[in-house]
Design a protein around this ligand. Structure first.
Ligand SMILES: [Fe+2]
Length: 229
């Protein structure tokens, strides 16, 4: 009798303890899951050569972008904002003096992830369809758009981003200093180029305009840009 009781309870323990432990650990893992994830690049690290070298991309994505994601996750540990989306965190921390480090880390994480999607190897070089017409209507021609985009990038003092945005019904080229992003200004980001020195210095040294032209003429993913309309 006692033997049968022990056997039955032993079996219950053997079956249920692993189930209970596994459920507990998966809950702990879920709670500890980092709010931000470093998504893989949408192309191979050497796919943008000769315009952006594998060496530059290795540092830019693997060190700079990764560091922003790590920093954001560190600052979001135990922070009630951690349950929100990255876009919501950016909007809630923008312009708040006590949230500058978190804003910088999340906005830079978002900006970089968006930037990678704006690029592709062997681009056709020119937009087509609706976005092409909007560019012609807003800037006069695609060449004039490129000219203004490069001019805006070169005139940005210090570090930042050059964006093509939809502001209401109108296309605009705007500067973003440091980690600034159009998401906080009710503008729809369509396309961006990173003009922090870490983005181009190894390949172009101080020739920021050559870097901007190289991307505009060879690496723009116009399908992605058009999908943001
Ligand atoms: Fe960057």
């Amino acid at each position: 009798m006692l033997k049968r009781f022990c056997q039955r309870n032993f079996l219950i323990l053997v079956i249920f303890i692993p189930v209970v432990l596994s459920s507990y650990f998966s809950q702990v893992q879920a709670q500890e899951k980092s709010p931000l994830v470093l998504e893989p690049l949408p192309f191979a690290q050497d796919a943008l050569e000769p315009f952006i070298s594998s060496h530059t991309l290795g540092f830019h994505y693997g060190k700079h972008h990764a560091a922003y994601v790590d920093k954001a996750n560190e600052l979001l540990k135990g922070n009630p904002l951690a349950s929100k989306s990255i876009e919501e965190i950016i909007k809630e921390t923008a312009g708040k003096s006590d949230q500058v480090p978190l804003f910088n880390a999340v906005a830079q994480s978002w900006n970089h992830a968006f930037f990678w999607k704006c690029l592709k190897p062997k681009s056709t070089g020119k937009p087509e369809g609706k976005i092409a017409k909007m560019i012609d209507d807003s800037f006069g021609s695609y060449d004039k758009f490129k000219e203004e985009f490069v001019k805006t990038g070169v005139s940005l003092f210090g570090s930042g981003w050059v964006w093509l945005v939809l502001d209401g019904e109108k296309l605009q080229i705007v500067k973003g200093f440091n980690a600034e992003t159009p998401l906080t200004k009710n503008q729809k980001p369509l396309f961006v180029i990173d003009v922090w020195e870490h983005a181009y210095y190894l390949d172009f040294q101080n020739r920021r305009s050559d870097y901007l032209k190289a991307i505009l003429e060879n690496l723009v993913n116009w399908d992605f840009v058009a999908s943001n309309l």
